[in-house]
Write a protein that binds this ligand. Structure first.
Ligand code: SF4
Length: 478
């Protein structure tokens, strides 16, 4: 589809709005215009396709002229709403609980309004007005933004977080778009990778010390960190914690995403270090789905892993579920939520299936046939909050089913600070390992510098000197 946008300053937003309704491969010419006339902000869209014309227009009529920070926001929204009307005329109307909001950090946006003097309620209603988000999502956002604000106040300039990426998993899930390598194919790289990773962690620790920063949170993710053997896990944990000043260390998470990688021996190793949180991610409590998405474990393995973690130490446990997995009905998802609640982890993260490029699912390896994914999310929210959990972080990604959201829930006092800090880009995060990127946040100016690592373990190994060089450059950047 050929898309033209006027003014050019909203091209990115208007193009993204087009792709909510039309595929990139579709034929046709789509023209979008938006303009401000005093207190009116008008959007027009004309789609010419196969000899037919579809038109849409939308006008915001405001009581007073817009402040400068909202001009682009309203122009983009008027354009997006006009596109939606043209799409409806074409027969492509969608139910969009987030309306035409496209950003990945809606809570940050809401907090921005709050910092400008709006109450949380007024800020939420402003987003309803601009983007047409539903009252249900506005309410959720308000809750999350307030929880996040309280959590973000726990960090300051003297604190950083450390992240370590382990890019290996027993198999590759159908929907996976992360940096993850099937261990059966990459087993020869695992040990050399771990050796170099330990060196990079030492370099990361040196940078932390040179900056005079204290570590507030540590997160080992991936991939599946517990894919490694006991010895490898111990060496990585040792490199992270040996001589570490833990006076400010609030939490330390190890992801043990795949139940088939969790053993009591590995947990005994993990217990020797100041790890406080373990994440076991069943994604579903249905064996048929686990098989369909390419996992080589079943629900009984998840329950065994959960028991083992509980019995090993006083770890907080997180469990992830995904709404909208192939072949799953709303009833099946509800059953998964209910099973999770029977187990009772401290944290539950409810994701919406994401059809990112790079996943087998987006390349047609299976059908996505999910219905009423928003209904699944609503059920999760009502059941979890009824049981004392509350939503404390929320983010969205491109290509999520129905443009929905991911939400982290926690029992009071067990919120994961790392998740909030990374999502809201409020703290410097120094990162090591494949696919990891360090984010250097200047809290005063809001400026963020990113330093990337290679995604492929072979490249990581063969170009490791460059990785170390990039680590050293962090000091110059800061
Ligand atoms: S467990 Fe996570 S990282 Fe590993 S293959 Fe599955 S989705 Fe990807």
């Amino acid at each position: 589809m050929n898309i033209t946008v006027e003014p050019a300053s909203i091209t990115y937003e208007a193009t993204a709005a087009c792709y909510l309704f039309f595929s990139k491969q579709e034929e046709g010419d789509l023209a979008v215009y938006a303009q401000i006339e005093g207190t009116k902000i008008k959007g027009n869209c004309i789609l010419d396709q196969t000899g037919k014309r579809f038109e849409g227009e939308y006008t915001f009529e405001l009581e007073r002229e817009l402040p400068s920070f909202e001009v682009k926001r309203f122009l983009s929204a008027a354009a997006a709403r006009a596109i939606r009307r043209a799409a409806a005329a074409h027969g492509k109307d969608l139910v969009l609980p987030w309306g035409l909001m496209l950003g990945v950090r809606p809570a940050k946006l809401l907090r921005e309004y709050h910092e400008r003097g709006y109450s949380y309620e007024e800020a939420a209603q402003r987003l309803v007005l601009i983007y047409g988000i539903s009252e249900e999502k506005a309410e959720l956002l308000k809750t999350v933004a307030q929880k996040e604000a309280a959590l973000l106040s726990q960090t300051d300039d003297s604190l950083v977080s450390l992240y370590v990426g382990i890019p290996f998993c027993p198999t590759r899930c159908l929907y996976c778009s992360f940096v993850s390598n099937d261990m059966r194919k990459s087993k020869n790289y695992i040990e050399p990778y771990c050796e170099l990773l330990v060196r990079e962690i030492h370099a990361m620790r040196e940078v932390t010390e040179a900056l005079g920063k204290k570590v507030q949170t540590i997160y080992i993710g991936g991939g599946t960190p517990t894919s490694l053997n006991e010895n490898q896990i111990a060496r990585i944990l040792e490199a992270l914690t040996d001589g570490l000043d833990t006076s400010n260390l609030k939490e330390f998470t190890v992801e043990a995403g795949r139940a088939d990688t969790v053993t009591r021996e590995k947990l005994q190793v993990i217990k020797q270090f100041p790890v406080s949180r373990v994440s076991i991610n069943p994604q579903t409590f249905h064996d048929t789905t686990l098989e369909r998405i390419g996992r080589c474990h079943n629900v009984a393995d998840v329950c065994r892993a959960y028991e083992a973690v509980r019995e090993t130490a006083d770890f907080q446990i997180n469990m992830d579920l995904i709404a909208g997995l192939p072949g799953e009905s709303e009833k099946m998802f509800r059953e998964s939520i209910d099973r999770l609640l029977e187990l009772g982890p401290e944290n539950a993260t409810v994701h919406t299936l994401c059809l990112k490029r790079g996943s087998r699912l987006s390349q047609g390896d299976d059908e996505v046939d999910a219905h009423n994914v928003n209904g699944m999310l609503s059920y999760a929210q009502s059941r979890l909050t009824e049981q004392g959990y509350f939503p404390y972080y929320l983010y969205r990604q491109k290509y999520m089913v129905d443009n929905l959201e991911n939400v982290g829930y926690a029992l009071p006092g067990t919120e994961n600070l790392y998740n909030v800090n990374i999502m809201e880009e409020s703290q410097t995060i120094l990162a090591s390992g494949c696919g990891a990127s360090s984010k250097l946040v200047n809290r005063e100016t809001g400026k963020i510098e990113r330093v990337f690592n290679f995604k492929d373990p072979i490249e990581y190994i063969s170009r490791f000197d460059e990785i170390l060089e990039r680590k050293r450059k962090i000091l110059d950047l800061i």
